[in-house]
Write a protein that binds this ligand. Structure first.
Ligand code: XMP
Length: 508
């Protein structure tokens, strides 16, 4: 499979570069700068990412370009461009001021293949503290901005370009075109990484790998496990055995509805109601990480018990996707653990099964496209992400069946209203949080002292950063009214207006 290697120097935008190339139907892989695998014939070009580091630092991330320079096309972005400049005899100095934000790129050389069909003037996104003061010999400037003379350059005798701006960022108006010029016109990629091709190749590969064995898969109701299931079914039919666990912490009626839609899709699925077990084990527990641990353990045990009844299972399938497996370069030590998100951690070790992960090359948006190409209903592939520990981390404090019931009703009103107002697909994720707060209210002539719920709706691309959605006031007013009128025990609704960072999407 032809591919582009993206060498990661630790930029926050590295995954975005990869997603853009995938949108162009070009397959690419991200590799940390110090762990780039041997090149083979399939590698058609190399992109050097940005970095929080400065090429002037003594311990700046480095890579030996000698084996590829002049042999494969290279595109250096931001730090990548500065690295090229410095390595080949140019000079990189601190910018007089940090350049961050929009700038107008003026193309000087319209003939150059990297800028073919790009407008002479267009907006680009800059984010850098250093600037390329002097270019190496035998290079030429292709484009500039008012502040940055060497905003784009190329080497005369090698297919190597450096650009100071970020073409992968949405604010760079013609960024996609520039990336396309590089991967298609320069590297010659055929743009055949399409959902249909992925399905065809993956199904053939799964057939070969799994042979006549049986496979077990845990379904969660989410997009990833559902798409993984349909791919596997296509490959091995009823030898795929799915298990769907009801933890009692799902949304209102979700277990029944999702189970029915799985059955409609022809999946061989066992539904296990384990809510009592989860409620019992969670009794009195308030600490979020403790809740997560208990839920993880109960899930593994419930899943194992159901799996033990499936004869001759040799494989455990998982809906792991690319962001879960891609190793990112760290230039300042390993990232601190903020929350544990691994709800099924430990499953494979405990089950002595071989693991198969048909989606491990895909980003979330690609999983949805594959789901669509497999003919799956929008109700499954368009679902908002939902955390593995479910409503347990949206009930602040201890969990009781009564609290779950209240939150399910609130959540249902909110989500149904979003759908009705045609807002559901415009929001990345939405839900309600039950707060450990009671407040005074009046209903009729009576004083009430009841619960408060928070509503949260965010826009995001991958959950790593998020902004709160500016839902219309009328929508919020109507939803709040409906919740207070219909859900017994709730007399106050607030809307969460925090972005991530510094807040997280979930409250626990
Ligand atoms: P945070 O709260 O970290 O959430 O901003 C980012 C995304 O991850 C989901 N999330 C979880 N998913 N197990 C999961 O499978 C978890 O423990 C968990 N905690 C948060 C969250 O819903 C959001 O989509």
């Amino acid at each position: 499979m032809e591919k582009i290697y993206i060498v990661d120097f630790g930029s926050q935008y590295t995954q975005l570069i990869a997603r853009r190339l995938r949108e162009l139907n070009v397959y690419c892989e991200i590799h940390p700068f110090n762990k780039v695998p041997e090149l083979d014939e399939e590698v058609k070009g190399i992109i050097l990412s940005g970095s929080p580091a400065s090429v002037r630092d003594a311990n700046a991330p480095q890579i030996d370009l000698a084996p590829v320079f002049g042999k494969l096309p290279i595109l250096g972005i931001c730090y990548g461009a500065q690295y090229l400049a410095q390595t080949y005899g140019g000079e990189v100095l601190p910018s007089p001021s940090r350049e961050y934000g929009r700038a107008i790129l003026i193309i000087k050389d319209k003939e150059d293949v990297l800028f073919q069909n790009v407008r002479t003037e267009s907006q680009v996104w800059m984010s850098h503290g250093d600037t390329i003061q002097k270019l190496p010999n035998e290079t030429r400037v292709l484009a500039s901005t008012s502040d940055v003379r060497n905003a784009a350059f190329r080497f005369d005798n090698a297919p190597v370009w450096g650009i100071q701006f970020h073409p992968e960022v949405y604010h760079t108006e013609q960024g996609m075109l520039i990336l396309q010029n590089f991967v298609v016109s320069v590297c010659g990629c055929k743009q055949d990484w399409t959902p249909d091709n992925f399905v065809e190749q993956t199904v053939a590969q799964l057939k070969k790998t799994i042979g006549d064995d049986n496979v077990i898969l845990g379904l969660s109701g989410g997009v990833d496990s559902s798409v993984a299931a349909i791919l596997l079914k296509k490959a091995i039919g009823d030898r795929l055995h799915c298990i769907f666990v009801d933890s009692g912490l799902l949304r209102y009626n979700e277990f029944e509805e999702v189970l029915a839609s799985y059955k409609n899709l022809g999946l061989n699925v066992i539904g296990v109601d384990a809510s009592e077990r989860f409620y019992n084990d969670l009794k009195g527990v308030t600490e979020p990480e403790e809740k997560r641990k208990i839920i993880g353990r109960d899930f593994v045990e419930t899943f194992n018990e159901a799996a033990a009844k499936i004869p001759n299972a040799r494989w455990l399938a998982q809906g792991t996707i690319y962001p879960d497996v891609v190793e990112s370069a760290s230039v300042s030590g390993p990232a601190a653990k903020i929350k544990s998100h691994h709800n099924v951690g430990g499953l494979p070790e405990k089950m002595h099964l071989k693991v198969v992960e048909p989606l491990r090359l895909l980003f979330k948006d690609e999983v949805r496209r594959v789901g669509k190409s497999l003919g799956m209903p929008q109700s499954l592939i368009g679902r908002h992400p939902f955390p593995g520990p479910g409503l347990a981390i949206r009930i602040i404090g201890d969990i009781t069946p009564e609290k779950v019931h209240i939150l399910q009703q609130v959540d249902k009103i909110f989500i149904d209203n979003l759908k009705r107002a045609d807002l559901y697909d415009k929001v990345w994720q939405a839900g309600a949080i039950l707060l450990p707060v009671q407040s005074v209210g009046v209903m009729g002539d009576e004083r009430t002292y009841e619960r408060c719920v928070a509503l949260r709706a965010v826009s995001s691309v991958d959950g790593m950063t998020a902004d709160w959605v500016h839902l219309p006031y009328d929508f919020l007013a109507q939803t709040s009214n409906e919740i207070i009128n219909k859900v017994k025990g709730v007399n106050r609704v607030v809307y969460d207006i925090s972005s991530k960072p510094p807040a997280t999407i979930e409250w626990e």
